[in-house]
Ligand binder design. Structure first.
Ligand SMILES: NC(=O)c1ccc[n+]([C@@H]2O[C@H](COP(=O)([O-])OP(=O)(O)OC[C@H]3O[C@@H](n4cnc5c(N)ncnc54)[C@H](OP(=O)(O)O)[C@@H]3O)[C@@H](O)[C@H]2O)c1
Length: 155
């Protein structure tokens, strides 16, 4: 899983990210480019708003929704995320890229957490659930002015 959150675990406001931190966007892109990703439909449409006609820069895109009538061209639809994650081949490197609902549902299945701790407190309405860090080891970190980049691995 990869995400950025502020000091209150805030991750979003409506369908947007509450901050604009270019270095974090570049970091996110460098990690997820060409990868197999899973995202919720809200996050998918939000990203499409930025990319417009350009294809999203991932290898394979799974889009989760409970709307069984929703089919998005070029994406693989996931109508039951729990069955999907339970059945997932363990050798597949799947990156969960949001948003809040999908993070919450995926957290129990995730082995690696790439967390960008954004410094400060922003306005918004989508939060990451509370994390019990005792379940994870901190593997790597890089502290900058605006963001502390980390990688946690499940023990
Ligand atoms: N800070 C970050 O790193 C980051 C990254 C990505 C996104 N975000 C932010 O996160 C926010 C969006 O989060 P969100 O929670 O609103 O939307 P979301 O997680 O992108 O999408 C939620 C979708 O998942 C569906 N869903 C719920 N349970 C499901 C299940 N069991 N199986 C399959 N699908 C299921 C929901 O369906 P229903 O609607 O029908 O319930 C909904 O369509 C935005 O503000 C975005 O900017 C932040």
């Amino acid at each position: 899983m990869i995400w950025a959150m502020d000091e209150n675990n805030l991750v979003g406001i409506g369908d947007r990210i509450p901050w604009h931190i270019k270095e974090d966007l570049l970091y996110y892109k460098s990690k997820t480019k060409g990868q197999i990703v899973l995202m919720g439909d809200t996050t998918y449409y939000s990203l499409k708003g930025y990319y417009k006609e350009k294809p999203l820069p991932y290898g394979k895109i799974y889009v989760a929704t409970i709307d069984k009538n929703l089919v998005i061209e070029g994406c693989h639809m996931v109508y039951d995320i729990i069955s999907f994650l339970n059945d997932l081949d363990k050798d597949i490197d799947l990156w969960v890229v949001g948003g809040a609902t999908i993070y919450k549902l995926s957290l129990p299945y995730a082995n690696r957490l790439y967390i960008s701790f954004v410094k400060g407190k922003y306005e918004g309405d989508r939060y990451f659930p509370k994390i019990d860090y005792s379940n994870y080891n901190l593997i790597w970190e890089n502290d900058t002015d605006k963001v502390r980049y980390t990688l946690f691995e499940r023990k």
